[in-house]
Design a protein around this ligand. Sequence first.
Ligand code: NI
Length: 136
Amino acid sequence: MRLTVHRKAHFNAAHRLYRKDWSDEKNFEVFGKCSNPHYHGHNYELEVAVTGEIDPETGFVMDLKRLKTLIYEEVEVPFDHKNLNEELPEFKDLNPTAENIAVVIWNKIRKKLRKNLALKVKLYETPRNFVTYKGN
Ligand code: NI
């Protein structure tokens, strides 16, 4: 029996979407308010879904306590109350769009999961704007 366990998490972070090789006007045209040179914050909501077989010994697909710790260590500690552009090496040369943040988070969690588990992340940048990523 394959099924999916989910865990929600939350972090606040600041970002700026821009390209260094574009003027402020061009950046505003493409990225709107998210190009503000003085940065701005979002309340990110994260949903992590792990799919796999139920372990007959434990009855778990994955111990949710472990998933909670994993998300805390890999996402909440490094991302919460940070300036993503300035403080996270992953975004030194990568625009911290919801898309790119979701891929970075997926890669970090994927590395810590058993091979036979499938991973999907859903990241809300606002209550109405969100992205999903399940690898490739
Ligand atoms: Ni923004």
